[in-house]
Design a protein around this ligand. Structure first.
Ligand SMILES: [Zn+2]
Length: 285
């Protein structure tokens, strides 16, 4: 693992780039941002190793930005889902069709196009390693996880990280998808996860169950606030994240909006369109 020097409140200690395998065919997972120092380290791999694939968990700049440059450097393909808009839920497509005010797109790499699209279910192999591709949307609709079969380790990207629960920012972040992805992981054998930011997660399935519980508790908290009357995602975020710094409240408001859209999809709330951080939501009768 190499961690890129891009620490921030959103990326923790920086983006983790994983190098899997050795010798004649190695795979690079999430080459990371276009940072010269980090890129130089990946470039120097060619002195001892021979990379054969670049895999990208999702189209966020801090994961995908240097993929194309590195692929040209080594003449190897970039494999990723790469279609965040196509992978949105039908409901989200309709919502976005009705509203350009929904916001989102933080850090989205709009110029990222993989050489080969992998959508989940594929197997990628090299000398001594096998990766199963899982489509695991929620943080981003094109998000993939990779299961390293020989070791029962999951490369979990930004879906499951140890230092924080993930940002879910609509329209490409989707709480319904997130619940489904967590359930998918709970039904798998891996107990060790290597995330996109922060250190290794052990006893991962217990941790995933806690993450789901945390979101369900957040959902009840939001429903309780709504029971007192009509309110917006930004007003709810001020109540939920009250003691935290402004930057966290802003990110938190995106999570709250994602919950509200999920509640809307489940007909538990109604709202005054267009959907935005200021749109008012109330409980349906
Ligand atoms: Zn991300």
């Amino acid at each position: 693992m190499l961690t890129a020097p891009n620490p921030s409140p959103m990326t923790y200690s920086g983006t983790n780039t994983y190098i899997l395998g050795s010798g004649s065919d190695i795979c690079i997972i999430d080459p990371g941002p276009n940072d010269e120092n980090h890129y130089g380290k990946l470039q120097s791999l060619s002195k001892v190793e021979r990379p054969c694939y670049i895999l990208v968990t999702h189209s966020h700049l801090d994961h995908s930005e240097s993929a194309k440059r590195l692929s040209e450097e080594f003449s190897i393909p970039v494999l990723a889902h790469g279609d965040p808009i196509g992978a949105r839920s039908r409901f989200m497509k309709e919502i976005v069709g009705n509203s350009e005010k929904v916001g989102g797109f933080e850090g989205l790499d709009q110029n990222f196009f993989p050489d080969e699209c992998i959508l989940g279910g594929e197997t990628i192999t090299g000398n001594g390693w096998t990766l199963e591709v899982l489509h695991a949307p929620g943080h981003l609709s094109d998000h993939l996880c990779f299961s390293y079969k020989e070791q029962e380790i999951l490369f979990s990207g930004d879906l499951v990280m140890g230092w924080t629960s993930t940002l879910i920012s609509p329209p490409d972040g989707d709480v319904g998808h997130y619940y489904d992805s967590l359930d998918k992981l709970l039904n798998r054998p891996e107990e060790i996860y290597l995330p996109g930011h922060g250190g290794k997660i052990t006893s991962a399935r217990g941790y995933v169950a806690k993450l789901k519980q945390h979101r369900l508790e957040r959902e009840s908290q939001i429903l309780k606030i709504l029971s007192k009357g009509e309110t917006s995602s930004s007003q709810i975020a001020r109540k939920v994240y009250k003691e935290l710094p402004e930057s966290i409240i802003i990110a938190g408001a995106r999570n709250v909006l994602a919950h509200l859209i999920n509640l809307l999809e489940r007909n538990l709330v109604i709202c005054n369109y267009p959907i935005s951080s200021e749109a008012l939501f109330r409980l349906s009768e």
